[in-house]
Design a protein around this ligand. Structure first.
Ligand SMILES: [Zn+2]
Length: 288
């Protein structure tokens, strides 16, 4: 090994220090607040003072034993986190159903059961939505592009625009279904139409943003997580009379989930010694 004497001494001193159990504990100790601080430091463009990314349960002073990253902290995901020995769950979407995670005041049985499970098991749940979308490039989009293998098709400055070799709308839908292992997609437009340029709007983006992407020059098709059913899909339907475009609706979870796997991979080297797992929440729908 080609290491200098000084480096060897540093390593030896560290090994000796770690041999003392107390010191080892100090070296490994990481609090929930430390994990949140990593995101504050590394994503300064995220406004952590005005955000839904707050601690929903647990305390910032809880010591982290293991971390699970997931799209939605469902009951099943929480149970799996426990099995994995994790006590901090980082979720992209709300835990208590509304965007702000306000707790119902009417003794709701579903909320009560979930809260009891979380509190009985000492789980801290932190939401990472705004921060992760503020990573540059957007952490959710980056993870999705990775899962789709579309990095080589990204075009120009806008990470959400892709130029493909010529294919049909049906071909593109089939590729997305297979790469993301999605059970069903909904499309607007002629399945046989040729598409070359696509825009990807992950999650539940606004109608204004989805229209903006459809108006990017040359865009033939928009992929999105969800959209209101009197807005984007009707605009795309009427586009047939001007310049036909296509729409592929993936479902919210399907359109973002790989971005939280990417978060686990990003976070792991930043919390060395603490296990970081990705747990898939999966599409909540079954198709009958
Ligand atoms: Zn999102």
């Amino acid at each position: 090994m080609n290491s200098c004497r000084a480096c060897f001494d540093v390593e030896a001193a560290r090994r000796e220090y770690e041999c003392n159990a107390d010191n080892k504990e100090k070296l490994m100790s990481l609090l929930v607040s430390d994990v949140i601080e990593i995101f504050r430091k590394e994503i300064p463009q995220w406004d952590s003072g005005h955000t839904v990314d707050t601690l929903k349960t647990g305390s910032e002073s809880d010591e982290v034993k293991g971390i699970v990253s997931t799209m939605v902290a469902t009951r099943d995901v929480l149970a799996e986190a426990l099995q994995l020995g994790a006590n901090l769950v980082i979720t992209h979407e709300p835990t208590f159903y509304g965007h702000e995670d306000y707790l119902f005041t009417d003794d709701d049985p579903v909320q009560a059961a979930k809260l009891k499970f979380i509190n009985d098991n000492g789980l801290a749940v932190w939401r990472c939505h705004d921060a992760w979308h503020h990573l540059e490039p957007d952490g959710i989009l980056a993870g999705m592009v990775d899962a789709l293998g579309w990095g080589r098709f990204q075009s120009g400055d806008d990470a959400a625009i892709f130029d493909f070799p010529q294919m049909t709308l049906a071909d593109l839908a089939a590729e997305v279904k297979s790469k993301l292992d999605v059970g069903m997609l909904r499309c607007v437009g002629n399945p046989a139409m040729v598409v070359r340029r696509a825009a990807f709007s992950v999650g539940c983006n606004s109608w204004e943003n989805q229209r903006r992407l459809l108006r990017v020059p040359g865009v033939d098709v928009l992929l999105c997580g969800e959209q209101r059913e009197w807005e984007t899909c009707e605009y795309v339907r009427d586009s047939a009379s001007v310049r036909p475009q296509g729409l592929i609706v993936l479902g919210h979870v399907n359109s973002e989930e790989a971005g939280m796997k990417y978060l686990a991979d990003w976070l792991r080297p930043r919390v060395s010694g603490i296990p970081v797992h990705y747990v898939q929440a999966g599409d909540p729908f079954c198709y009958l």
